[in-house]
Write a protein that binds this ligand. Structure first.
Ligand code: ADP
Length: 503
């Protein structure tokens, strides 16, 4: 199958979170299954630096660019897959984060930047940028690619389109003035188009105009059709539920494999778990904590945002410091949460290790050296860190939501007895419930024989990409056979009027 895979980040070229991990490994897995899957990304400076064999194949005149936009073609690092880069200096050649300025605020021209990206995707999809190659299907990811499907829907002869939501909370919302400046069809300013509470929503474009929508776990696919998780789009998603599928992400076990991980000092397997203890001591040392292998150590890596439930942990500081345990945190994000963590470390330096940074190597050491991984997310589309934790024998403590619910089996009595348990699951985003889960973990940790069984079961779980990639392939086939979305955003046999549902 010929697929154009469109994303604003892909590890190892550029990554700010899970989107980068997924888009860095899924295309490769599809490629290995014999498909011609080609990636397209904006040509950020760090991407140009890391991509291989780049050549200019076209110069495109696109609305929104004051100079011709170069289409570069090369190879995705570590794979045979073709990589396209949309090279427009005024839009993408700037240092740092792809979405944020140095001070943490959005780049003011993000609407223009990602509208231009969408126009370049359309040129590729229609065979205008790399003549001789026309994909059968265009797979877009998250709001940054949200305008590609609407623009393609204007074409009579076009590839099928599929849109994946990695996180519905990030929608790409912009003002009406910005909408007007983008030279888009004026009729899109309506509730059957891109308008969302008097703003322009890129993600809504992807949801309404693509032929199919997916999200990154079956549970999240159900959750986003409810008011609690739908971010105001639950009505629309419910309306589209016959064309909404949840496919759990996979893990790139080349990168996240404790047996061959070059980023940790002591690689280990389920058979050499004593080496995990060595990593634990290295981790305690790295965070300036007392090096005591017998003290339970819980780790956390992630963006410090409300979604991740870090505030639940912060509320428990008084109770946690009374217990015999240590905690390490790695992340960057909301200033308040960063400050809370620094404060916890300041007050309890022998219990709390804190690093406010983005550090790939330290993330691996935390997975390897911690005894358990804290991930009490309020919502979690899929979540990758709990999947990494399982492979690293670091049972995750998670809330029963989204991909966490789909990947972690609670260590209750029957599951432990059946050797199915892989972690600790609690239901509501309440500090008391989280504390109970932490206490259950501590109790089990004290029974080392049972704990070792839990660790072994966790390490043997298989969340490799092959399974997920096959699910995507089956879906691609279905999408190719399904009726295409019309230029008005409607399907051939729409059930109740979209407008009615949206109202
Ligand atoms: P999300 O996509 O919501 O950020 P995921 O769990 O799906 O959450 O993926 C997060 C990815 O980003 C993981 O690979 C994680 O290790 C990485 N990550 C997040 N914050 C940091 C950090 N501060 N340092 C290193 N890696 C990080």
């Amino acid at each position: 199958m010929d697929v154009l895979f469109c994303t604003s980040e892909a590890f190892p070229l550029i990554k700010t979170g899970g989107l980068g991990d997924v888009c860095g490994s899924l295309p490769g897995a599809l490629h290995e299954l014999g498909n011609d899957v080609r990636l397209v990304l904006p040509a950020y400076p760090q991407v140009i630096e890391r991509a291989a064999k780049l050549e200019t194949i076209a110069s495109l005149v696109l609305s929104g660019a004051s100079a011709p936009v170069k289409m570069l073609r090369g190879q995705f690092p570590g794979s045979e897959a073709t990589l396209y880069l949309v090279d427009s200096a005024e839009h993408f050649r700037r240092p740092g984060n792809p979405y944020l300025q140095q001070d943490g605020s959005d780049w003011p021209d993000n609407a223009q930047r990602f509208a231009l990206f969408a126009r370049a995707i359309v040129a590729l999809a229609l065979g205008q940028a790399d003549t001789g190659w026309i994909p059968q299907l265009v797979h877009c990811n998250d709001w940054q690619t949200g305008l590609a499907a609407p623009l393609l829907a204007l074409e009579d002869d076009r590839p099928a389109t599929l849109f994946t939501i990695h996180n519905l909370a990030y929608q790409g919302l912009f003002s009406r003035t910005q909408f007007q400046a983008l030279d888009l069809p004026p009729q899109w300013w309506s509730m059957n188009g891109l308008e969302f509470h008097d703003q322009m929503s890129f993600i809504k474009g992807g949801l309404i105009f693509s032929d199919w929508t997916t999200t990154v776990s079956p549970t999240y696919a159900r959750e986003i059709q409810t008011a609690e998780f739908g971010c105001g789009l639950e009505g629309l998603l419910k309306q589209h539920s016959a064309r909404l599928t949840g496919i759990l992400n996979g893990v790139d076990y080349q990168v996240w494999n404790p047996g061959r991980d070059r980023l940790i000092p002591h690689p280990y397997t389920a058979r050499t778990l004593r080496l995990k203890q060595e990593n634990k001591m290295a981790l305690q040392d790295a965070f300036g904590l007392p090096v005591k292998p017998e003290v339970p150590l819980f780790g956390h890596v992630g963006r410090l945002v409300e979604q991740k439930g870090l505030d639940l942990i912060m509320e428990l500081v008084p109770q946690l410091v009374q217990r015999r345990l240590q905690l390490v945190f790695l992340g960057t994000g909301q200033p308040q949460l960063e400050q809370d963590l620094r404060q916890a470390h300041g007050r309890h330096p022998t219990k709390f290790g804190v690093r406010i940074a983005y550090d790939e190597q330290l993330a691996h050491l935390i997975e390897a050296g911690s005894d358990a991984f804290l991930m009490p997310s309020r919502f979690e589309p899929c979540g990758l860190n709990q999947l990494y934790s399982l492979r690293y024998g670091t049972p995750p403590i998670v809330r029963r939501t989204g991909g966490l619910a789909d990947s972690v089996v609670d260590a209750d009595g029957p599951n432990l007895y059946a050797r199915k348990a892989t972690g600790f699951v609690f239901d509501d985003a309440e500090p008391a419930q989280l504390l109970r889960a932490i206490d259950r973990a501590l109790n089990l940790y004290a029974q080392q024989r049972v704990w070792k069984d839990l660790v072994a079961t966790a390490m043997h779980q298989d969340f490799s990409w092959t399974r997920s990639a096959n699910a995507y392939l089956e879906l691609y086939q279905r999408v190719l056979e399904a009726p295409r979305t019309g230029r008005d955003g409607l399907h051939r046999n729409p059930s109740p009027d979209v407008a009615e549902i949206l109202a």
